[in-house]
Design a protein. Sequence first.
Length: 238
Amino acid sequence: MKKAIVVGASSGIGYQLAVLLAQNGYKVGITGRRDQLLLNLQATNPQQFIVSVFDVTDIASVPQQLKQLTDELGGLDLLVLSSGTGKINPELDSKVEQDINALNVAGFTAVADWTFNFFQKQAFGQFAAITSIAGIRGSRQAPAYFASKAYQINYLEGLRQKAKNTKLPIHVTDIRPGFVDTAMAAGENLFWVASVEKAVLQIYNAIENKRSVVYVTKRWRIVGFLFRLLPGWTHRRL
């Protein structure tokens, strides 16, 4: 039986992905800050889920928590980082920006570093993280969120390069959703909004195929391509 950890499994994409992994034979460690939601998920399949309640912004505790959960699982083949936050913040409220950075940058880095080092030591494994198409360009409406996703995308690229350099079967998957019907999808005039079930099925397939980068849903690859081509002077006027 393969072993996986889903960080941020209490709701949304992380929750549904944990369910799908369990349905496909994985034993899954589920983490998050909301203990009752995790316990409710565990109750649906007690043999497949192990709960660990912790906050990845508590950087010092991350290595210990992940190691303990891995030991309880009896190993680790896959870690999915689905924990993240974002908020529209045109007023540049400093607390909002720093809260986003604490989770999406500092917390992300703590989990990513432990995971990569663990897989390098055991000589195999897969790390997958939910970034966003938002990481391709900046945004006046949500500067920290878009910037934090750019950080994640580039960090994963660095880890992918490190994995190649080790010559070990370590795979790093960057999952870039567009709009998915979760609590994170706030705002008006949203388009191409995917159901969580549809998005997670594509994410699962990308993980199983050990893809490097995947857009969810697939049509968002077009938007990503156009974002990269957009001249700076045009982007500044959006």
